[in-house]
Design a protein around this ligand. Structure first.
Ligand code: GTP
Length: 254
């Protein structure tokens, strides 16, 4: 089994929450009574062999969640790539699985589903036997997404055939849009990421594009719901309350 380290990204400024919650640190705001980052830890811990938290404020509070906390090495919150960079510098495994702290409803097996797209080239059937493993874009947004080098393997012959290679970055998408901060990255990308950030760049999908990133599609509805505003929080609380009500109806306490 491929060993992978999880990274909960909670180092952002949470600007959209500041009007309602001045000084808010998003990962520490409660959802159904628990810090938002704790929901991501619950999701990632069973899927990974070690776990890191990326934060730039309230580091001691984040440490109380039970995992090492890393601050960015680049100043002024340049964006999530800075958190990924700090994590790759200490990542003890070949692969890092990254999730933003504001996506509390991720599928329980998303890491394995992304890693399945990183199989070594040697494990992919040779073109002469089974057709080329090279794949083509399959949906509208993928065709528009500059970071999307290829789509899920189709097994259909492509013309002209190109040599396959292991994608060092694979990220999730759903039928509506890509989700670049639900991703697995191989640690060999660190030098490239460091050079990108040192050049004053910060755009996630611009850098992914340079890595030949793949995307894997997920069809679960609302799995990537993202909490940015107080209204998002209300929707998430209501969703959890509906889930609890459903659970109580299926498993009554008598
Ligand atoms: N380490 C680190 N993480 C960041 C940084 N900026 C954003 N993030 C994280 O990346 C994820 C997506 O961030 P955004 O939605 O762009 O920013 P945000 O801070 O969550 O919220 P807004 O400021 O309202 O956009 C979140 O998990 C953030 O905590 C950064 O500069 N450093």
């Amino acid at each position: 089994m491929v060993e992978v380290t999880g990274l909960v990204l909670a180092g952002g400024a949470a600007r959209r929450l500041q009007a309602a919650h001045p000084g808010a640190d998003k990962g520490l705001l409660p959802l159904a009574g628990r810090p938002l980052a704790a929901w991501l830890i619950d999701n990632l811990a069973p899927q990974t062999s070690s776990l890191l938290i990326s934060a730039n404020r309230h580091l001691d509070t984040y440490r109380q969640l039970g995992y090492p906390v890393l601050a960015d090495h680049f100043p002024d919150l340049p964006g999530p790539l800075a958190g990924i960079h700090a994590a790759l510098q200490v990542c003890p495994t070949e692969w890092l699985a990254v999730a933003a702290c504001d996506t509390p409803f991720l599928p329980p097996d998303w890491v394995a589903r992304l890693l399945a797209d990183t199989v070594p080239a040697a494990a992919i059937p040779a073109p002469s036997q089974h057709g080329s493993p090279v794949v083509t874009a399959a949906s509208g947004f993928q065709a528009r997404d500059p970071a999307c080098a290829t789509a899920p393997r189709t097994g259909h012959p492509a013309s002209p055939a190109k040599p396959s290679r292991i994608a060092p970055v694979v990220y999730a998408s759903d039928p509506e849009q890509p989700h670049p901060l639900v991703a697995v990255l191989h640690r060999r990308v660190l030098p490239s990421l460091e050079a990108f950030l040192q050049g004053g760049n910060h755009r996630v999908r611009q850098w992914y594009g340079g890595q030949g990133a793949h995307t894997v599609r997920f069809d679960e509805p609302n799995a990537f719901m993202n909490l940015n505003t107080p209204e998002d929080w209300q929707q998430a609380e209501a969703r959890l309350a509906r889930g609890r009500a459903w659970h109580a109806s299926v498993h009554p306490p008598y």
